[in-house]
Design a protein around this ligand. Structure first.
Ligand SMILES: O=C(COP(=O)(O)O)[C@@H](O)[C@H](O)[C@H](O)COP(=O)(O)O
Length: 382
């Protein structure tokens, strides 16, 4: 029988600002999921959080986008949101964009990463969860894990990885996807995924046998809701070992605190800081963007674990560097390149401020209008 790993997540309200999930909200959600486990809808689950995002790691045998599993999670999130309202938590119910459940969670606000797999004799996997950034933030580490031999020694040494991987990339603006193979199409892949707010690595398959290796949440809250309702803090599932990147090769991809979009008001670049579960709280300038990694095994459809992977002195130096980069970026204040570029700011609250300046500009004699957005034609209006 095939097993499904589902990571389903939402911000249903948080303590002291967009800071951390309140334990009482996790407790009520856990009650609902425990009931679902008793009823046999799911086999197992692990409730957790990063920053203000409640995250459920669930195992079951019902496949992806299953109505019963998603309805169970919707009910758990609703109960948690009610508790958040009762406690007066901030932004209670933020990511629950619909009043009633219909079919599955797609388009309803929660983030979804699911993989239906043939369980290997030993099935190790990692769930990475980030707060105050966006799904494209995983483009860089996924490329390093699955396509960069300077990160993943197995790409050179292990014949099972040597043929490379297939990356499925979603264009979130056009709503279309493309599959590109590595190593032979690496440059084409990089040409796309180097623009992480638009092109998001959604799934990765091992090329030699099409084995599903990684899945990322790709919901875009701002495009669903039509207005800014927070960043789409991402999560992903990465299978490891035995012909896939080793656990240590997946973690190695996070040893550089690279810059991601998000942080304060979803409007700033900042370093992604890998932290332990206990430090998975947004503090300085609502961040810096945080990443948690939990390692599990799946056995006969049940979860074994987790191990809190970044709770390790081996990542102390990465965190120290992240803080140095955070200091440096913060000194730019409201200036780019700390603040995001204008075409991305369109999905924040900035346009409301710009609206107020409309009508106050006076036309310069003889000037011509040029198109500014890279998402429209680059030709000027001659
Ligand atoms: O990015 C943020 C929240 O995003 P999130 O809920 O984590 O997706 C925060 O920085 C808020 O934008 C900031 O705290 C202002 O929040 P409001 O006061 O406008 O709610």
């Amino acid at each position: 029988m095939k097993s499904t790993i589902s990571v389903l997540k939402a911000d249903i309200g948080s303590l002291a600002g967009h800071h951390m999930v309140h334990p009482d909200t996790i407790a009520v959600a856990t009650k609902v999921l425990s009931e679902g486990k008793k009823q046999g809808i799911i086999n197992d689950f692990y409730p957790t959080f990063v920053g203000d995002d409640m995250e459920f790691i669930i195992s079951h045998n019902r496949g992806e986008l299953d109505q019963k599993v998603h309805e169970l999670v919707w009910n758990a999130l609703k109960e948690a949101a009610n508790k958040a309202k009762e406690l007066g938590l901030y932004a209670a119910g933020q990511d629950l964009l619909s009043d009633s459940f219909s079919g599955n969670l797609k388009g309803m606000g929660p983030g979804i990463a699911e993989m239906e797999i043939e369980e290997r004799p030993s099935e190790p996997f990692v769930v990475f969860m980030a707060d105050k950034t966006e799904p494209g933030a995983f483009n860089l580490p996924l490329y390093k894990m699955f396509a960069d031999p300077f990160n993943t020694a197995g790409l050179v040494i292990d014949p099972a990885l040597h043929d490379g991987f297939k990356f499925e990339v979603l264009d979130v603006y056009e709503g279309e996807s493309i599959a590109l193979n590595t190593p032979e199409e690496s440059y084409d892949l990089l040409a796309l995924i180097g623009t992480p707010d638009r092109y998001i690595v959604r799934r990765i398959y091992r090329k030699q046998d099409n084995m599903l290796a990684a899945v990322v949440t790709t919901e875009r809250l701002n495009l669903i809701a039509g207005k800014y309702v927070g960043k789409d803090d991402p999560a992903m599932i990465v299978r490891v070992q035995h012909g896939l990147p080793a656990l240590g090769e997946t973690l190695e991809a996070f040893t550089v605190p690279y810059l991601v979009a998000g942080w304060m008001r979803g409007s700033h670049y900042g370093p992604l800081m890998p932290v332990s579960q206990k430090d998975a709280r947004a503090t300085r300038f609502d961040g810096p963007p945080r990443l948690v990694g939990l390692g599990f095994n799946l056995k006969n459809g049940r979860l074994v674990g987790p191990s809190d992977l970044f709770d390790d002195p081996a990542f102390d130096e990465v965190r120290r560097n992240a803080n140095i980069i955070a200091d440096y970026m913060r000194r730019h204040g409201p200036f780019m390149p700390h603040r995001l570029e204008p075409q991305v700011m369109e999905y924040t609250t900035l346009p409301k401020v710009m609206e107020r300046l409309k009508g106050r500009f006076t036309k310069e004699e003889g000037s011509k209008k040029a198109k500014a957005s890279i998402y429209t034609s680059t030709e000027s209006n001659e």
